[in-house]
Every structure is written in structure tokens, then in C-alpha cells.
Ligand binder design. Structure first.
Ligand code: PEP
Length: 258
């Protein structure tokens, strides 16, 4: 865990126009630069809607902010007749460091399969960015006690064809669907159980360097008040945060988890 830099990513979902986005990133940067608090070593990433990315880029570049930014989704196609889609090349050009692929809301509302998620991961890597690959089980699967095999199958399918070097730089977010936006946070032990299983599977499939390098995040109702217990777990390297990332005090508190 020591060599992996903790990563806190704030997924704004379909919230905030480009003006509100600038205000939030400015406040966040202000909070992170507050010398009264020790933020330790942490990578902070905001994940705004596509329409905010250009404004966020201008602000981050202009003020040399230490905040990175990511897109919430990407097309599997490079260019062409795909009305309404956004390519990985466009996102790379805007300075995105990461792209979230396979968020449960995409899997659910847009019927994204592991095959589609895998194609998006490849497209992201090809354009020089890092995918944040989301996996995790729904309530019924959890109640049936099938959460580990279910999530492992998603990891296998979503990472198909990636090299060990690519996996070493990857971010995987374990997000049990029953914990997203529900206020029902998984226990630190629940998070560790699956994050550990993900790393073990990667060790088996891609080797030690990939397993020791890949960052595995937990996501699902993370808040400033519950982040420390989750981050204390050996295989949890950060958090993917939804609701709480829209409130600068909450997200700042999450980034200050140490
Ligand atoms: C998410 O959407 O990735 C998420 C974890 O949401 P929330 O923190 O609101 O549960």
C-alpha cells in the first residue's frame, strides 16, 4: 500500500453547469491549499460532466492547481458518425487524466456490458489516459452471497486484453450498487473483502507488478465521517465519491482522511 498514492475522485454526475463547476474547483483548490491542515500525499480528481471540462481545464491550467480532472464516460469509437458521443481523443486533448468507465449508472441505464466497458478502457488507454473501471454487485447478488464471484467476473471481462503494464497503472473502483447514493455505506470489512479479492485476482492474471501497482478504490456513500475506517484497510487505495463530492467541506474532509 505504501507505494500506491491514495486517490480521491469526486464524481459530480449530471450536476453543475460550467460556471458552478469553476466555483467548486476554486473552493476545492483553496481548501486543499489550507496550510492549517495536513492533506498528506493524496491525488485529488474531479469528474465533471463533459460540458464543464473545458472550463475546468482553463482554471486548472491557468492557476496551476494540483487538482486533476476526469470524464464520466467515453465512446468506444475513435471518430465518425456517432452523434452525441465523445471520443477519448477529445478528452485527452482537454487534458483529462482519467476516464470513468462502466459506472453502475451507465451499466444500468445504458445497458453497458463488460464487453463495452472493456472497449472503453482500451479506447481510454490508447488516447493516453487512465481508465477508472467501475465494478460491483447489486443488492440481490449481495443478499445471495455472490458478491465476490460476481465482481471478479466483471473485473475479468472489463480488463480483457490489457497488458500487465497497463493494469499496473489502472484504477478499479469497487462500488456495491446498494451503497451508491443510498447513505448505506459498506463496512470497512465489506470493502476490504472485495478490494482484496480484486487484487488477488489481478496478481493471478497479470502478476505481482500489476497487483502491487493497481489502485483499488471503494465507492458508495463515502463521507468525511466514514472515510478513515475504509482507508485504513490494506487493499483500499482511495474512494470514488458521488454526492459528497459536490460539497467542498465534505470532499475536502475526505481528501484529508489521514
Ligand atoms: C458514485 O456515484 O460513484 C458514488 C459512489 O455515489 P455516492 O457517493 O453518492 O454513493
Amino acid at each position: 500500500k505504501n507505494t500506491r498514492v491514495p486517490l480521491m475522485a469526486g464524481n459530480w454526475k449530471m450536476n453543475l453547469n460550467h460556471q458552478e463547476a469553476v466555483v467548486l474547483v476554486q473552493k476545492l483548490a483553496w481548501t486543499l491549499s489550507d496550510k492549517r491542515h495536513d492533506f498528506g500525499k493524496v491525488e485529488v480528481v474531479v469528474v465533471p460532466p463533459f460540458t464543464d471540462l473545458r472550463s475546468v481545464q482553463t482554471l486548472v491550467d491557468g492557476d496551476r492547481l494540483s487538482v486533476k480532472y476526469a470524464a464520466q464516460d467515453v465512446s468506444t469509437h475513435e471518430s465518425g458518425a456517432y452523434t452525441g458521443e465523445i471520443s477519448a481523443g477529445m478528452l485527452a486533448k482537454l487534458g483529462c487524466s482519467y476516464v470513468v468507465v462502466g459506472h453502475s449508472e451507465r451499466r444500468e441505464h445504458h445497458a453497458e456490458t463488460d464487453e463495452v466497458v472493456n472497449a472503453k478502457a482500451h479506447a481510454t488507454l490508447k488516447a493516453g489516459m487512465i481508465p477508472i473501471v467501475c465494478v460491483g454487485e447489486g443488492l440481490e447478488v449481495r443478499q445471495a452471497g455472490e458478491h465476490v464471484p460476481h465482481t471478479m467476473a466483471q473485473v475479468e471481462g472489463s480488463l480483457a486484453g490489457l497488458t500487465a503494464e497497463q493494469v499496473a497503472d489502472l484504477v478499479i473502483a469497487y462500488e456495491p450498487v446498494w451503497a451508491i447514493g443510498t447513505g448505506e455505506v459498506a463496512t470497512p470489512e465489506d470493502a476490504q473483502e472485495v478490494c482484496q479479492a480484486i487484487r488477488a485476482q489481478i496478481r493471478e492474471a497479470h502478476g505481482d507488478a500489476a497487483a502491487d501497482g493497481v489502485r483499488v478504490l471503494y465507492g458508495g456513500s463515502v463521507k468525511a465521517a466514514n472515510v478513515a475506517g475504509i482507508m485504513a484497510k490494506a487493499d483500499v487505495d482511495g474512494a470514488l465519491v458521488g454526492g459528497a463530492s459536490l460539497q467542498v467541506d465534505e470532499f475536502g474532509g475526505i481528501c484529508r482522511f489521514h
